[in-house]
Ligand binder design. Sequence first.
Ligand code: GLN
Length: 431
Amino acid sequence: MPASNFPPSDGTHFSTRPAQFEGEVCALDEKSLHGAYQSLESQGPVTRLRLAQALRAQGLSETDPRLGACLSAWGEDQTRALSFADFKKALALDERHLISRALTNQLVSGHFGSFKQRLSNVFAFAADDHQGEIAHYIPELRRADPEAFALSVCTIDGQNFSMGLREGDEAAQFCIQSTCKPLNYALALELLGEDLVHRYVGREPSGQGFNEITLDRRHRPHNPMINAGAIMTCALIRPTQNVDARFDYIRRVWGSACAGQEPELDHATYESEKATADRNFALAYFMREHKAFPPEADLHDTLELYFRCCALKSDVGALSLWAASLANGGVCPLTERRVFQGRTVRHVLSLMLSCGMYDFSGEYAFSVGLPAKSGVSGALYIVVPGVCGIALYSPRLDHHGNPSRGIAFSKRLVETFPWHVYAPVVQTPLS
Ligand code: GLN
């Protein structure tokens, strides 16, 4: 049943807009500058301390790499009051006009405080879900705390916040497992192009479990979001290089999508997964029997790369940045560096929408209507194109292998925000 607060009536608005491109600078007029100055001045003298508070309220931090030049021009003194002329001079170095847009509620989440509050309510709702079991088939995953729950959100303007487990805590770290699949698919697309990639992997939901031994009529894995397809995309990523170089390359790309946070290998999970990987070996041999692999791919190197990718360690903060880079058309919101081409991102999101949640993907597309990807560690990220990326961690899984709280959260999310891909037809009168 829809929650009664839909659509939002408290002024929470999102100016969904096309993804941003590197080098794009929007014009800033004198009026906006005045508006920004006045918003600070209305609270007292315009100091750096006040600015930091105002930015925090909009989900931005003083350590944001985009603000470095402007804040150093402002000076280290936290209490020195700036005249409008000095303020204008300092903000001239804020090339993206991030500060003035933040202070005049023009970022994608114009009312970040209400946004946070609504999301906290959705989080609290999902926290009440105690169903599901931790994945047992990879022994190391059993060590996770079943009650662990964390959320992080990053908008395409880089506004972010987290709740639940504290980032930096050991317990807040988890292996990304299947949530590595969209990135590997994106890499294969960029390296080889869509025609070649899809000669080796399909783009239909399989309708079966994520590690089912099955291929499509052309002897391809059904899609890159299930194990067989992800093993295949690993086979397509620089197959003539050695595994260490290929793995470093993948980690580097993760790093640039997550504003420099390169994920590390979790050795214990890697060993544990590799030692119990009969099913993945079976899938790979099955594909080799059907001549599904490209000629240069070595089966053992391919699996080695796949196991390492699944055992990369991350947290919700970094994963929300990756999801936000997808929401932003392939440009990392915090560094403004393009990681993937827009067309690549479109393909990735299309397959996340149709295949990202295993054999629950059709149900998820129906009831949530957003591209998402889950992993058996309990990781889940959701992309709201043109708005934000959301990452969750909660290790108890339902019988599809999706995090139980993640599903509860997702359903509540689209009752709270009009983000289901077809929400506009509900809100637009038909006459
Ligand atoms: N590493 C896991 C496996 O290969 C990934 C599966 C998942 O997260 N669904 O089985």
